[in-house]
Write a protein that binds this ligand. Sequence first.
Ligand code: COA
Length: 191
Amino acid sequence: MTINYDFSAFPTLETPRLILRELIADDDDAVYIIRSDIEVTRHNTGAPYTDIQQARTLISDIAWNYKDQSEIRWGITLKTDPSWVIGMCGYNYWIRRDQRVSIGYDLARAYWDNGIMTEALGAICRFGFEQMGLHRIEADVSADNPASGRVLEKLGFKQEGRLREQYWEWGEFHDLLLYSLLRREFERGVP
Ligand SMILES: CC(C)(COP(=O)(O)OP(=O)(O)OC[C@H]1O[C@@H](n2cnc3c(N)ncnc32)[C@H](O)[C@@H]1OP(=O)(O)O)[C@@H](O)C(=O)NCCC(=O)NCCS
């Protein structure tokens, strides 16, 4: 396993339509729009934000975690306007010994169903396998969130388990689906 990435410079990534870049303090309005929308936060990030300060805290936490080398999270922007963040994606933790990370992502509602998250995650998976020396990328997705599962499946992730009634939210228990993508599957290409 070779790790080519040492956190010294933030790894900006480019795809046909997107630039994935570091989040900065000026992204607070954009992050607030994403995280204050109940439709975006419903399945993964808790209660929607009600105060822009929460967006500022998130941005500064992400920066600290990056310095600490425990998290990498990219701001997703369109090439047509790289100054406006429309979503976020990244790795919540990186277990070096196991060459394993957990992936997380969310996108402003106005941009859903245009293949944007599939494009963004494809780029960060490539970065993970090629630069971070990963062996496995894992994801957990609410069973009530089929769009998220579909994004993972389009990228070749396999569903490997269901945690029945694993978490309590909105007055009821929900199942959680576990997915993963292994390096050799990624190298073979999307099925
Ligand atoms: C999940 C999310 C990131 C998807 O982003 P996106 O850019 O819209 O994803 P894509 O357009 O690349 O792909 C979405 C796929 O889901 C499908 N889809 C959308 N709604 C669906 C539904 N209700 N049931 C089944 N499939 C659905 C789309 O048709 C598309 O599949 P296709 O290309 O085969 O047609 C976005 O909806 C989001 O941010 N949701 C809220 C936050 C969230 O759930 N984050 C993930 C937590 S694990």
